[in-house]
Every structure is written in structure tokens, then in C-alpha cells.
Write a protein that binds this ligand. Structure first.
Ligand code: NAD
Ligand code: UDP
Ligand code: UDP
Length: 316
């Protein structure tokens, strides 16, 4: 099949492309390199089944493909809040363009939505029926509301134009290739511990998240795309940790003497988050397999290589 991956030079997108190429598919990777990086897809640049297009999805584009994994959108609060209007445009105009493309070529379209559609949830754990508690005018709204309208667009194209959609609500995902300056909690803690600087815990660290290793997530996306269930479906690891517990796990792995520094909690930071994955289990026969301890080890190895190499090259 010929498969378009928008945001393919990013963290999740590049892992997805690795899997799809290894399965023998032809890949078009579309990315504007806002948070993505060429090094993530470097190994495929000369591959006959791989094509890279530098393009901003807020502009229309005509391509001929069988499937579209629509991932293009900055995912870290630091990056999506840097230019919030652009984040809205990417989610609204970008998703509209990709749905228009899917409609024209009759491609199956998978939207990478997010647990952020549940906002600061009053229901725990979050199931797909929960409609969320989102602040429409806050700092996170460009992303949360952007993804909500992206879901709305997907379902309207499905009902109105018979576009064959799939909607995944992705929960916090981590792993190798996250940017060192990504700003999300796993990469921040790992980079801080490796550099010997204090781990920055926002608030008192009692807020919770559930962390999914990237290979599990990619497996869920591929199952969703190729199954019959359209979603929305939660994809995430239901093992829930406080942020302080995560900091301690990173300390144990890298440096038990690493210091912790408490900093103010950002506005609208969700208090807790854990996916109910009954639907993913039932419809996709999917369940995450990589525990945090194992996934963190693999992530630390990747960051250790990059950070050691950067330090060596700056001292040379
Ligand atoms: P990422 O920032 O690493 O990747 C996003 C990619 O999209 C980057 O390569 C970026 O350059 C590209 N991009 C951004 N705006 C674009 C535009 N206008 N045109 C073309 N390309 C553009 O993030 P990620 O963690 O890989 O996330 C991928 C997708 O999964 C995103 O849609 C995100 O919302 C969703 N998601 C991720 C998580 C997570 O924990 N990583 C959780 C929920 C949802
Ligand atoms: N679009 C695109 N590539 C295509 C087909 C459509 O980028 O191959 C864009 C198109 O420019 C439009 C959007 O997708 O802005 C929605 O397309 P649709 O056909 O649904 O709506 P219309 O063009 O009628 O507004
Ligand atoms: N967080 C933290 N220290 C950091 C980065 C994040 O304590 O250096 C907290 C953040 O306030 C939030 C949680 O970790 O409560 C997850 O943040 P992240 O940005 O990774 O994802 P999201 O808030 O989008 O789930």
C-alpha cells in the first residue's frame, strides 16, 4: 500500500514509519520540521519505498495514497503553546486539508487525537464516553480544542462524505527520539538526571499520568488503521504514576543522588489521567506490553548516547 504519514519526521511518526516500511509499504512522509527532525528518518532517505516532502499541512496538497496516518501537530505543551494560533491552524485547516485529500482519493484516514480532549477530567479513569472538561480559553486550549474540532471534522467527513475514518485518543507516550528540549516530563527528567542538574517537578508532584512506550502505541495505531472499528479509541498504558514517582524511577535508573526542584504548576495542568482501554482490548485485541521500568531503560540509553555525543562534540 502507499501510505501517507503526516508529521512523519516527529517522535511517534518516525517510529510508525520504521514499522510500516519494514512491513513492505511505500511511505510518503509529510512534515514541515517544526518539531520533527531529519535525523529521525535519515536511514530511509535513500530507500526506494520512502519519499520525504517538506510541506505545511495548513496548505492544500494533492497526492495519491491508500491510507493516511494524520499525526502532524506539535504535541509538547512548550511547543504547541509557543505559537498557539499556528497550533489551531494545524489542527483545523491542516486536518481539513488531509480529510479533503482522503475524500478525493478515497483513502482510509486515521487521526492522532489525544487524551487532552478529556481536559482536566472529573471522571477517572477516562473512557471514550466521557465528554471531557476542557477550558476553551486557556493556555492549553489551542491544542485541546484544536484536537476536539479535528475529531468533529473527522466524524463530519465520515457522515457527510463517507470518508473511512479511524480516531485514536493517544495518552502520554514516551521513548527514544523525543527531543532533548521537548519539554515533556519523561524527556525533561531523563535529560536533567543525565546532565546532573535537578529534576524539575511542577507543583507538589502528586498529579498523575500513565505512560505508554512508543512501540506499544505504534502497534495500537496500526491495529486501529487496519481493523473495522472506527473509534474513538483510547490508546495508552493504564499503569498510573504520580509525577514524583516518575522522578524517583528516573533517579533510581540514572542517579539516586539527583536532586529534585519544585516549580510552579502550569495553568490548567490536568490533576490525573489514566485510560480505560476496554475498547482497545475488545476491538483491537490490543494491550500494552512494555512496563515503565523497561521502557525508561531504553529511553535513557538513547538520551545517554545523544547527550554524550553532544558533550563530546562541543568540547572538541
Ligand atoms: P512531535 O512534535 O514529535 O511530532 C509532530 C510532527 O508534526 C513533527 O515532525 C512536526 O514537525 C510536524 N508538524 C507540526 N505541525 C505541522 C504542520 N503544520 N505541517 C506539517 N508538519 C507539521 O509529536 P509526537 O509526540 O510525535 O506526536 C504525534 C501526534 O500524536 C500529534 O498529533 C500529537 O498530538 C499526538 N499525540 C501525541 C502524544 C504523545 O504523548 N506523544 C499524546 C497524545 C497525542
Ligand atoms: N484538499 C487538499 N488535497 C486534496 C483535496 C482537497 O489539500 O487532494 C483540500 C482542499 O484544498 C480544501 C480541503 O482539502 O481546502 C477540503 O476539501 P473538500 O473537497 O472537502 O472541500 P472543498 O474543496 O469543497 O472546500
Ligand atoms: N511536568 C513536571 N516537570 C517537567 C515537565 C512536566 O513536573 O519538567 C509535569 C506537568 O506539569 C504535568 C506532567 O508532568 O503534570 C506531564 O506533563 P507533560 O508536559 O509531559 O504532558 P501533559 O501535561 O500534556 O500530559
Amino acid at each position: 500500500m502507499r501510505i501517507l504519514v503526516t508529521g512523519g519526521a516527529g517522535f511517534i511518526g518516525s517510529h510508525l514509519i520504521d514499522r510500516l516500511i519494514n512491513e513492505g509499504h511505500e511511505i510518503i512522509c509529510l512534515d514541515n520540521f517544526y518539531t520533527g527532525h531529519k535525523r529521525n528518518i535519515l536511514k530511509w532517505l535513500d530507500h526506494p519505498y520512502f519519499e520525504l516532502i517538506r510541506h505545511d499541512i495548513t496548505e492544500p496538497i494533492r497526492l495519491e495514497v491508500d491510507q493516511i496516518y494524520h499525526l502532524a501537530c506539535p504535541a509538547s505543551p512548550v511547543h504547541y503553546q509557543y505559537n498557539p494560533v499556528k497550533t489551531v491552524k494545524t489542527n483545523v485547516m491542516g486536518t481539513l486539508n488531509m480529510l479533503g485529500l482522503a475524500k478525493r482519493v478515497k483513502a482510509r484516514f486515521l487521526l492522532a487525537s489525544t487524551s487532552e480532549v478529556y481536559g482536566d477530567p472529573e471522571v477517572h479513569p477516562q473512557s471514550e464516553e466521557y465528554r471531557g472538561s476542557v477550558n476553551p480559553i486557556g493556555l492549553r486550549s489551542c491544542y485541546d480544542e484544536g484536537k476536539r474540532i479535528a475529531e468533529t471534522l473527522a466524524f463530519d467527513y465520515y457522515r457527510q462524505n463517507k470518508v473511512d475514518i479511524r480516531v485514536a485518543r493517544i495518552f502520554n507516550t514516551y521513548g527514544p527520539r523525543m527531543l532533548e528540549n521537548d519539554g515533556r516530563v519523561v524527556s525533561n527528567f531523563v535529560v536533567q538526571a543525565l546532565r546532573g542538574i535537578p529534576l524539575t517537578v511542577y507543583g507538589d508532584g502528586s498529579q498523575t499520568r500513565s505512560f505508554c512506550y512508543v512501540s506499544d502505541l505504534v502497534d495500537g495505531l496500526i491495529r486501529l488503521m487496519n481493523g473495522e472499528y472506527i473509534g474513538p479509541v483510547n490508546l495508552g498504558n493504564p499503569d498510573e504514576y504520580t509525577i514524583l514517582e516518575l522522578a524517583q524511577a528516573v533517579q533510581n535508573l540514572i542517579d539516586p543522588d539527583a536532586k529534585i526542584k519544585f516549580e510552579p504548576l502550569p495553568a490548567d495542568d490536568p490533576r490525573r489521567r489514566r485510560p480505560d482501554i476496554t475498547k482497545a482490548k475488545t476491538w483491537l485485541n490490543w494491550t500494552p506490553t512494555v512496563p515503565l521500568s523497561e521502557g525508561l531503560k531504553l529511553t535513557v540509553e538513547d538520551f545517554r548516547d545523544r547527550i554524550t555525543n553532544t558533550q563530546t562534540s562541543t568540547t572538541n
